[in-house]
Design a protein around this ligand. Structure first.
Ligand code: TYM
Length: 331
């Protein structure tokens, strides 16, 4: 039987957080043995927000190393840099012609980012989800493992696939988002109403980065916002504590009920220390492995070249089919 296809990507736009890790990358690792996987470094998406060129280049390699340090196996999945496979931009152009301006401008992330970067509301920002649809549809992906904030974008990819198929005949697989409960939206440690974000520059205590050392991780959890109820309980009334419980469960592999039992009668101080330790225990070896890999740039270069070959071959097949369907002369 043919294996199902999984596709996902992360933007090299900042330091990855534990939200990116448990919401996305760790699930990719779990899928790599069972699915045919393509995982990209989405640098085309990253420049929709202003980036420093030297930093973008550096972060690209750092992210490649991080993917492997997190457990992705370059033999099992195609790991590659999005801009190195031109078919992404090419399919995006075609998909633009089946996307209504209204549906793109209604996307929540576009509206949020337009507000946040009011001095740079560029065309790319609005086109972001169409490019994302091109990523997914190029590989005929069945599943897209992402965090909850990307659900709307994957739904747009579904709509565009269906619309294109109706207009031009069966071309694309209609993808499904894979969103893991409990870890799909890790919240900021300083404001549980907000998602933990890698571009959170304002308050350095709000996000825990995969690059944070043990002391930093422990300190950030120690300062995490809780409440005045004083009980480790998984309830909507206690969003700060619920978020910490989600994080603890994700890093220790337990259920919220088990956490409530373990910390019954104990104070927030004990609990926050335990969460910090659970996270640091996982991050320490990842950071170490990433550092080791970054010292061998030629290994990383080779691996990305192989990933690019594999991705480009799959992408070319779909793009050629699309060009045929829309009536482009192909010589
Ligand atoms: P990016 O880099 O913003 O986010 C990468 C992944 O991390 C998830 N995520 C979270 N999950 C849980 N809690 C959080 N606080 C949290 N913050 C982020 C995101 O949902 C995402 O899965 N647009 C994509 C990149 C992309 C892509 C694609 C994804 C480009 N092309 C094609 C899938 C398929 C993004 O949000 O990247």
């Amino acid at each position: 039987m043919e294996r199902k296809i999984a596709y996902s990507a992360v933007q090299p736009s900042g330091n990855l957080t534990i939200g990116n890790y448990v919401g996305a990358v760790r699930n990719w690792v779990e899928m790599q043995s069972e699915y045919e996987c393509y995982y990209a470094i989405a640098n085309l998406h990253a420049i929709t927000v202003r980036q420093d060129p030297a930093e973008l280049r550096r972060r690209t390699l750092e992210l490649a190393a991080l993917y492997i340090a997190c457990g992705l196996d370059p033999e099992k999945c195609a790991l590659y840099v999005q801009s190195q496979v031109p078919a992404h931009a090419e399919l995006c152009w075609v998909l633009n012609t089946v996307t209504a301006v209204g549906e793109a401008s209604r996307m929540t992330q576009f509206k949020d980012k337009s507000q946040k970067h009011a001095d740079n509301v560029n065309m790319g920002l609005m086109d972001y989800p169409v490019l994302m649809a091109a990523d997914i549809l190029l590989y005929q992906a069945d599943y897209v493992p992402v965090g909850a904030d990307q659900k709307q974008h994957v739904e747009l990819a579904r709509d565009l696939a269906i619309r294109f198929n109706n207009r031009y005949g069966e071309t694309f697989t209609v993808p499904e988002p894979l969103i893991r409960k409990g870890v799909a939206k890790i919240a900021s440690l300083q404001d549980p109403a907000k998602k933990m974000s890698k571009s959170e520059a304002e308050n350095p205590n709000a996000s825990v980065f995969l690059s944070d050392d043990r002391d930093t991780v422990l300190r950030k959890f120690k300062r995490a916002v809780t409440d005045s109820l004083g009980a480790v309980r998984y309830s909507e009334e206690q969003p700060g504590i619920a978020n910490l419980i989600n994080i603890y469960c994700a890093f220790r592999g337990c259920t919220p009920e088990e956490v409530e039992r373990e910390f019954k009668g104990k104070g927030y101080g004990d609990f926050k220390l335990a969460v910090g330790e659970a996270v640091a225990d996982v991050l320490d070896p990842i950071r170490e492995e990433q550092r080791r890999l970054l010292a061998d740039k030629s290994y990383l270069g080779d691996l990305l070249a192989r990933g690019r070959e594999r991705a480009a071959a799959a992408a070319r097949k779909t793009l050629s089919k699309v060009y045929r369907k829309v009536g482009f002369y192909q010589g």
